[in-house]
Design a protein. Structure first.
Length: 707
């Protein structure tokens, strides 16, 4: 960040836009502090305005000690009764405080210096704030915040709740609060700050942005904390509404711009696709056929298709994509297929080669690991149109990849890519202003209103039917204490010629730790299952090793594959019919569903064992029960939402939803219809205002993705 203090003097304070003013413009914010703030994404005044408190402390009143209740934070005022220092296990300071209610509270400190300890003299007046808990002798507060009072000092009463902000590394909580306070002093008057049409606000009974921010940073004491905790307070809804609206507008604008740019209509006779269908060992399901028809209709138009295909794991999205690709190739154009992991991209490569190469189509591979001469050759083939279908990973988006006539971009498992990331591929399109058709596929079932919001720039098709002959996967939750039985089950299954996955999960977000853990599980299983051919797969392995392992498993050479969640998306080995998921209680339902989707792909009855470490919390038990009871991704997604507490964001990784600062598209789902309506109105009546909203909330990302 260019947090140079010199800049300060030159920044013209345009009032209406003052939210964009850098934090360095605040008194006392030097380059060092600005840098720490920037590291946390707090670069402008507006960033500080939107850095909302995590919780509040109520110092608006003083509670009698006798009225304290465990777990309910409070402020008390009293006199020091007695002081005790101990060293039994570790240094400890205990200060007994009593007040007029004739009750006593113990303050307990584990970290303190001598000067601090010396302050507590019997008889001194003290005010402190903390959460009482049951102690050995009545209630106690551990490390409360406190202040010793002079005898003539009056009682401490604030008229607003004190905010406690999400921490920023290197800045103390008090300094941070002060800083946000200073930023709030610069809040422009309500009418200058306001971007939402008054009619909308009034209809929903929501405050102005200025009032909402002031209330959220310093709520009055009578505010309902329950509403706050649930994100239901009008001030919170007000911010969420504006943010959702801005994101929605941003996506809608992208869509309008894209549509305007035009595309090459693709309407070949359809011979290639027909030949491909002939070669398939199965007939398309009705749902696949319907979605393919929708795609053909889209692609025949002179404006770009922007279509999302949603279909549960195993519903057969890949073949629909291949048919669309065949059409583009027959029309003399190129196709790019991008997958989020190399493993999945490689599997698509295999499928597309088997399906299309016998029909004379050239399928080219381009991933990050393709290097040197092979890369140069691939790039040359792509640039000269010899490569008709190009399959790969993010590598496809790199600048030096130039297509001769790209007409169709297919993005698989789009939730693994950023919302704006997938849009980058369209720049690889045809010459002039035309852009390629886009087909985006996802297995993430999200409720309809949400989909409308998350994919406002896309039309949605749903493959809502499974290929015939699938036997539902039987799921059981089993305690890790019964690991021996589970191992026995694998032995029996493999003896019958079946194949199995053993999935290791870890919370640590480190490939290395994960690799170690999966390695030791692998060794352990090898020892317990001698004679079984076991493979190992994790993110730390070289791509060639992964590929080989996968190929051996697919060929049936390996009977058991011990893997991390790298196999989560797309992996398709129909003969694998048993899956063990270790520490299943740690994973989200969406992820469990994806993983489980790796089995149940063949005619064989499949099962999935969710192994958990006891004891299970009530919530974890319910979640595993949902998995056991249902195999339908949409049902699971709905239940998942029910079981989630408010504020527990459905991660970007799971849904492909944009990440929000304030809004939680799940919690705030009720606002979405209003958001859609308002967006419609604004785009028609006041596009400039729409621009300002997008600028405020989406800023740089929109500029990048905008046309
Ligand atoms: P996903 O939608 O999860 O990407 P895939 O495209 O990997 O699913 O398909 C899963 C499996 O189902 C593949 O082995 C595929 O060949 C097979 N399949 C797809 N469509 C049909 C169909 N209509 N009938 C039978 N099997 C099918
Ligand atoms: Mg797939």
């Amino acid at each position: 960040m260019a947090g140079s203090p010199r800049r300060r003097t030159t920044a013209t304070p345009v009032l209406a836009a003052s939210g964009a003013e850098p934090v360095a413009g605040l008194p006392g914010v030097g380059p060092k502090l600005a840098e720490k703030l920037a590291a946390r994404g707090l670069a402008s005044l507006q960033d500080l305005w939107l850095h909302l408190p995590r919780r509040y402390e109520d110092r608006t009143r003083v509670s009698p000690i006798a009225d304290l209740a465990p777990g309910r934070p409070a402020q008390i005022e009293g006199r020091v009764e007695a002081v005790e220092r101990g060293f039994r296990y570790r240094p400890m300071l205990r200060v007994a405080v009593s007040d007029d209610s004739r009750a006593t509270l113990v303050l307990r400190f584990f970290h303190f210096n001598r000067a601090q300890a010396a302050q507590f003299l019997p008889g001194r007046r003290i005010v402190c704030y903390g959460e009482p808990r049951p102690g050995q002798r009545g209630l106690e507060m551990i490390h409360p915040s406190y202040r010793l009072l002079a005898d003539d000092e009056g009682p401490v009463r604030r008229d607003r709740l004190d905010p406690v902000y999400p921490a920023v590394e290197g800045i103390g909580p008090a300094s941070l609060a002060k800083l946000v306070g200073k930023a709030l002093e610069r809040l422009p008057p309500a009418e200058e700050l306001e971007l939402l049409p008054a009619g909308l606000r009034e209809r929903l009974g929501l405050p102005t942005l200025r009032d909402a921010l002031l209330t959220l940073h310093r709520p009055p004491p009578d505010v309902s904390m329950a509403d706050f905790a649930m994100g239901r307070h009008p001030s919170q809804r007000r911010l969420a509404l504006e943010e959702l609206l801005a994101h929605h507008l941003s996506l809608r604008r992208q869509r309008i711009a894209l549509r305007r740019s035009g595309a090459m209509p693709v309407r070949p006779p359809g011979k290639l696709a027909a030949a491909l269908r002939q070669r398939l060992a199965f007939a398309l399901t009705g749902a696949q056929q319907r979605v393919f028809d929708e795609i053909c209709r889209d692609m025949a138009r002179p404006e770009p298709m922007l279509r999302l295909v949603q279909g549960d794991v195993g519903s057969g999205k890949t073949v629909v994509a291949a048919l669309a690709a065949a059409n583009a190739v027959e029309a003399g154009r190129q196709v790019a297929l991008m997958a989020p992991t190399e493993l999945l991209a490689e599997q698509h490569l295999g499928n597309f080669r088997v399906w299309l190469e016998p029909l004379g189509v050239r399928v080219t591979w381009l991933a990050g690991k393709v290097a040197g001469r092979a890369r140069a050759a691939a790039l040359d083939d792509i640039a000269h149109g010899r490569a008709q279908v190009v399959v790969g990973t993010h590598a496809l988006m790199q600048e030096n990849v130039a297509f001769a006539s790209l007409a169709l971009v297919i993005v698989d498992e789009q939730h693994r890519f950023g919302v704006h990331q997938r849009l980058a591929l369209r720049d690889k399109g045809l010459a002039g202003s035309q852009v390629p058709h886009q087909l985006v596929m996802t297995a993430t079932p999200i409720p309809r209103t949400l989909a409308m919001s998350a994919y406002a720039d896309l039309d949605v098709s749903v493959i809502d039917q499974m290929p015939p002959g699938r036997t539902p996967v039987t799921t059981a939750a089993v305690s890790a204490e019964r690991r021996g039985e589970v191992v026995e089950r694998i032995r029996a299954a493999c003896a019958e010629g079946r194949q199995a996955y053993w999935v290791c999960t870890l919370i640590e977000d480190s490939d290395e730790v994960e690799a170690q853990a999966v390695q030791s599980t692998f060794e352990q299983l090898q020892a317990q299952l001698p004679g079984l051919r076991i493979g190992l797969l994790h993110g730390r392995m070289k791509p060639a090793e992964k590929q080989e392992m996968m190929a051996r498993f697919k060929a049936g050479e390996l009977q058991l594959l011990v893997a991390t969640t790298v196999i989560e998306v797309g992996v398709d080995v129909p003969n694998a019919s048993l899956m063990i998921i270790e520490n299943a209680e740690r994973l989200g339902l969406a992820q469990l569903h994806q993983l489980r989707g790796r089995v149940g792909r063949g005619a064989e009855a499949s099962s999935c064992v969710l192994m958990y470490k006891p004891p299970l919390s009530q919530m974890a038990r319910e979640r595993l029960e949902v998995m056991r009871a249902s195999g339908d991704g949409f049902v699971i997604a709905e239940k998942d939402l029910d079981l989630r507490g408010p504020g527990e964001l459905l991660g970007t990784r799971q849904t492909g939803l944009a990440s929000f600062r304030i809004a939680d598209p799940i919690r705030d789902a009720a606002l979405l219809p209003e958001v859609h309506r308002a967006a419609e109105g604004l785009l028609a009546s006041d596009p400039r205002l729409a621009d300002r909203l997008v600028e405020r909330w989406v800023g740089g990302a929109a500029r990048y993705a905008g046309a």
